[in-house]
Ligand binder design. Structure first.
Ligand code: PRT
Ligand code: MG
Length: 214
């Protein structure tokens, strides 16, 4: 049995066409089913639903053989020992620094300056501001980063942006791009040694589908 770890929402939705290209159809809709293990059209393949940030953990420790995780999550966690053969080009967005409209970011983030930043990505943010020579007081949040500068919790946020609508709706402006983000296929190395042929077939079918979409 091959187990694929996915998170509900955009990663699940955008992985479906890649699975279809590999001849795999998921037989239940995660939005209506309460099941966390979903059967597929192949007896030897199942999908498990986990939090986006839990995908690397499941795959690293063998709870799943492979999975799909955002580069944001992988870069934040480090994910050593995970084989990452493919950029799937899905769930695209970018990570950015954003501040309230009118905030003097250039002064706060000058070399030697100091800034308070709220983020779900403290490791990435720490590294980003360290490179700029800016002292950063980091506040770790698990969601709704956009609220932090509006309530005085922080001066800036580091968050993901796709359409920009969320920033706009909260009167925040993007002031720096931290990194481009897309989702990666991640594979457990021991599983790849043990089940080389079936896993390779899935990886190759995904690679072909990604190549054709580009
Ligand atoms: O929801 P949960 O806490 O379980 O986890 P999660 O929020 O990490 O999961 P999910 O499904 O929301 O995101 C999974 C992955 O999708 C992320 O790890 C990213 O790699 C990728 N992705 C792509 C995004 C976005 N685009 C995105 N826009 N993840 C989150 N967002 C959020 C962003 O944080 C912000 O709140 O959407 C908002 C901005 O969107 P726009 O369109 O208004 O700019
Ligand atoms: Mg979310």
């Amino acid at each position: 049995m091959i187990t694929l770890a996915l998170s509900k929402g955009r990663i699940f939705d955008e992985t479906l066409p890649l699975l279809a290209a590999a001849g795999i159809e998921v037989l239940e809709d995660p939005e209506t089913s309460r099941k966390l293990i979903l059967p597929t059209s192949r007896d030897d393949v199942r999908v498990i639903l986990v939090r986006a940030s839990d995908v690397p953990t499941y795959v690293t420790y063998g709870g799943a053989d492979l999975g799909v995780a955002g580069l944001d999550v992988l870069a934040e966690q480090g994910a050593p020992g995970l084989y990452q053969p493919l950029d799937l080009g899905i769930a695209r967005c970018h990570m950015a620094v954003a501040v309230p409209a009118g905030f003097d970011y250039a002064s706060a983030a000058r070399a030697g300056g100091r800034i308070t930043v709220a983020t779900k990505y403290p490791a990435i943010a720490r590294e980003f501001f360290a490179r700029k020579g800016v002292h950063v007081d980091l506040i770790k949040l698990y969601g709704s980063m956009e609220l932090a500068p509006l309530t005085g919790l922080a001066q800036a946020i580091v968050d993901l942006v796709s359409s920009g609508q969320t920033l706009k709706a909260n009167r925040l402006v993007e002031v720096e791009r931290v990194m481009d983000v897309s989702s990666r296929l991640v594979v457990n190395q021991a599983a790849l040694k043990l089940h080389t042929a079936p896993l390779r077939r899935i990886i190759d079918a995904f690679a072909q589908a990604v190549h054709e979409q580009a």
